[in-house]
Design a protein around this ligand. Structure first.
Ligand SMILES: NC(=O)c1ccc[n+]([C@@H]2O[C@H](COP(=O)([O-])OP(=O)(O)OC[C@H]3O[C@@H](n4cnc5c(N)ncnc54)[C@H](OP(=O)(O)O)[C@@H]3O)[C@@H](O)[C@H]2O)c1
Length: 437
């Protein structure tokens, strides 16, 4: 049994976890693949950095091309992150006839279409299970386990940092900034948290899941609607609770009759739903198929060994696939190359949802009548209204309105007009409601 030889680019959180899992579970892994997997070489950026003792047994270089072009390596594992220079190394590995495993959602979401096409021409495999949902095998579940279904929708909490912050705000009765700072201290949020809290990371991931679920090419990131969690206050969390909801950072992909919706934004979710109970850094994805009904996948969406679990599973798959004819392999994006789904993408303006609106209004008669008149003019029905007796300032009252379902373009136009009223102060906070029904 000749060993399969791998080279790793990046020995940070996930790279070190991958070394650990490969070493600790070597026997089980080789019984699954039929041969041992050995790490021949790894590349890092800073050779002088102090590292976990397990790294001492690996030959290190600070030149990734020495891994990518090495004749001694069969599979390159890319764990650097970001689009560049990761793209150059992955493309270089494919050019050098090596299979690739990566945990890099940005790379797959942004450059995946071309990388998969190139890999297919070379009869090579790219594994990317760890790119979405960390340790949860969500890609394999949709691509293989649900292959008999028409997937109807995916609704997921797939950014642990945003979920940690919203959960922390609720539990600690604290502001966004306070919990973000705490998340950074605990290593759950980057020094620059924009990618996570503004929804970019979740957009990368839902683009990948939508492609696998619906047989569409990976969408240009700019075409996916994205809303962050930065405007949500502790006040909103309390009002949502009062109304029977939790606020969750949702990524949504839906195959509706009129078209395919793909979007990322915080949403109010009924508190009795399982997704509402997914707290902290945990991830979960609710997948609905026409045959299977609802299925829920839950687990650690990040972390050293949970993510390594998915990386190593991909390695096992790649070793197995490398022993089969290319035509018999599982297509990376679930569907065989050919005509993509003809279903159009639905523009965000046509998406339908109920909405939570919070505003501060001047405490005088007739204000609510003006607001409800504008909503009525846009054919938006009101489900409920909460008006508190006093707000932060005595002359103003917080008003929360829950609307029934309406198209985005209607509610956006109505909100703009309400904000123009002299009696409404500042911006209106709007959060969509997803009943998950
Ligand atoms: N962390 C998670 O929980 C998690 C979960 C799911 C997916 N992912 C994905 O996994 C990938 C790796 O994430 P991570 O958290 O392990 O990152 P990380 O801890 O920042 O590690 C990155 C590694 O890449 C090396 N590196 C950076 N630039 C390089 C370059 N130009 N040449 C060679 N090596 C370079 C770094 O070297 P030095 O050590 O010398 O600095 C480091 O070892 C990313 O795509 C990430 O999105 C991470």
């Amino acid at each position: 049994m000749n060993p399969v030889r791998i080279g790793i680019l990046g020995l940070g959180t996930v790279g070190t976890g991958t070394l650990t899992v490969l070493e600790r579970n070597a026997e089980e892994i080789s019984r699954r693949t039929g041969c041992p997997i050995v790490v021949r070489k790894a590349a890092v950026k800073h050779l002088s950095k102090s590292r976990a003792p397990i790294v001492d047994r690996i030959e290190l270089t600070d030149n990734p091309w020495q891994v990518v072009e090495s004749a001694d390596i069969d599979i390159v594992v890319e764990l650097i992150g970001g689009e560049q220079p990761a793209y150059d190394y992955v493309a270089g590995a494919l050019q050098n006839g090596k299979h690739v495993v990566t945990a890099n959602k940005e790379l797959i979401a942004v450059r995946g279409n071309e990388l998969f096409e190139f890999a297919q021409r070379q009869s090579l495999v790219i594994g990317f299970e760890a790119a979405v949902g960390g340790g949860i095998s969500i890609i394999k579940a949709i691509r293989e386990g649900l292959a008999g279904n028409r997937i109807q929708s995916l609704v997921g909490i797939i950014n642990g940092t945003s979920n940690y912050i919203l959960t922390g705000m609720k539990e600690m009765q604290a502001s966004f900034d306070e919990i973000l700072k705490q998340a950074q201290e605990k290593g759950y949020a980057e020094a620059d948290p924009a990618f996570d809290v503004e929804g970019v990371d979740a957009v990368h991931k839902i683009s990948i899941l939508a492609s696998i679920a619906f047989g569409i090419p990976l969408q240009s990131i700019e075409n996916i609607y994205r809303g962050g969690i930065g405007e949500i206050t502790y006040e909103d969390i309390c009002y949502a609770e009062e109304l029977g909801y939790r606020i969750k950072p949702l990524a949504i992909a839906k195959h509706a009759e009129q078209g395919i919706e793909v979007r990322v934004h915080p949403s109010l979710v009924p508190h009795q739903r399982l997704l509402a109970k997914v707290d902290g850094v945990m991830n979960a994805v609710l997948v609905t198929g026409d045959a299977v009904g609802r299925t829920l996948y839950y687990g650690a969406g990040a972390g050293s060994e949970p993510t390594a679990s998915a990386v190593v599973a991909d390695l096992v798959d790649v070793v197995r696939a490398s022993k089969t004819e290319p035509d018999g392999r599982v297509p990376p994006l679930a569907f065989r190359p050919g005509p993509a789904s003809s279903c159009p993408m639905l523009p965000m303006s046509k998406v339908v949802s109920a909405n939570y609106l919070r505003m501060h209004a001047i405490n005088q008669a007739g204000v609510l009548a003006d607001v409800t008149k504008i909503l009525g003019n846009h054919e938006i029905s009101i489900e409920s209204i909460i008006q508190k007796s006093s707000g932060v300032h005595e002359d103003m009252v917080p008003v929360v309105i829950v609307t029934q379902e309406t198209q985005e373009e209607n509610i956006a136009a109505a909100v703009e007009q309400i904000e123009d009223l002299n009696t409404v102060v500042g911006r209106i906070i709007r959060i969509r409601i997803n009943e998950l029904s």
